[in-house]
Design a binder for this molecule. Structure first.
Ligand code: NDP
Length: 284
């Protein structure tokens, strides 16, 4: 078994982005900029936003944090998005989800200029992923593909099983595996016999949100196991959807939690911001 070191692969990705960014800034005189909107005081979201600014600083991007009170109205939020759409120093826009309940998340996402939509949640970008003609991929599935590529194993012809069908992880994940010629099964809470499905997987991606749902008896010998889940175990420790200790000796490759998909998700946001910048600057 080999552990896929997401932390290291993410660090390598940031180093590559930093190098390319500095060359492009020299050429254009313009620095890539990422605007992040945070509404309310959810502590987890605040940490994510802080990390995004930190990553921007590391790779040489400007970051613009817009921290708004929980009482922000739909009109105020939409006005901010419109301003950011029009601001040429902002190449990427990200609205940290979830928004407070009184705000219409979908309306906000739909308002973001698709060319600045570095989360790739806008319906135009979602549609582009479906037909395989995309500029941006959603960060988590894109990060998972990078981790799979790092193993040197080709997805082509492999039986891939994705557990979870959310719009931000499971569905686009299945689509990316399909684009690379995997034979893909998507499982969810209504799947009749989850174990029978996961046991077929050469490549298993768990994106459920249930601590240690995937045990050793659910994994085929030699499978590549990617754990997207971020949960707390009974001791409050961060853990994935996969029972890492039990599964690690069966898998050929496995991602740990923490240190697997999480850091790659962050690195892919930097990648998407660079892509948005290059699009805006006609550098592609
Ligand atoms: P959602 O809650 O939106 O989706 C969970 C999916 O799992 C649903 O499709 C649900 O099925 C399915 N599911 C729930 N219970 C079971 C079960 N017992 N058996 C099979 N399928 C089941 O979660 P997300 O996709 O947003 O996130 C999934 C996990 O990934 C979470 O732990 C989240 O924290 C983590 N995450 C990690 C990221 C990272 O950077 N590492 C980024 C994004 C998410 P149904 O559709 O039928 O309800």
């Amino acid at each position: 078994m080999k552990i896929i070191d997401g932390k290291q692969i993410a660090a390598d990705t940031r180093a590559r982005i930093k190098e390319e960014t500095s060359l492009l800034i020299e050429k254009t005189g313009v620095t890539p900029g990422l605007a992040v909107i945070l509404v309310g005081d959810d502590p987890a979201s605040a940490v994510y936003v802080r990390n995004k600014s930190k990553d921007c600083a590391e790779v040489g991007f400007k970051s613009f944090e817009h921290i708004l009170p929980a009482s922000t109205t739909q009109e105020e939020l939409e006005a901010l998005v419109k301003n950011l759409n029009a601001d040429s120093s902002v190449h990427g826009i990200l609205c940290q989800l979830p928004l407070p309940k009184h705000l219409d998340e979908r309306a906000v996402i739909n308002l973001i200029d698709p060319k600045k939509d570095v989360d790739a949640f806008h319906p135009e970008n979602v549609g582009r992923i479906m037909i395989g003609e995309y500029d941006f991929l959603p960060c988590t599935p894109a990060g998972v593909m990078e981790l799979i590529h790092s193993t040197g194993i080709s997805v082509g012809g492999k039986k891939c099983v994705v557990v979870g069908r959310s719009n931000i992880v499971g569905k686009p994940m299945a689509m990316l595996l399909l684009h690379e010629n995997g034979t893909v099964t998507v499982c969810h809470s209504r799947t009749k016999d989850l174990k029978a499905e996961t046991l077929q997987a050469d490549i298993l991606v768990a994106a459920v949100g249930k601590a240690k749902l995937i045990g050793a008896d659910m994994v085929k010998d030699g499978a590549v196991v990617i754990d997207v889940g971020m949960n707390r175990d009974e001791n409050g420790k961060l853990c994935g959807d996969v029972d890492f200790e039990a599964v690690k000796d069966k898998a050929s490759y496995i991602t740990p939690v923490p240190g697997g998909v999480g850091p790659m998700t962050r690195a892919m946001l930097m990648q998407n911001t660079l892509t948005a910048y290059k699009l805006a600057m006609n550098l592609e």
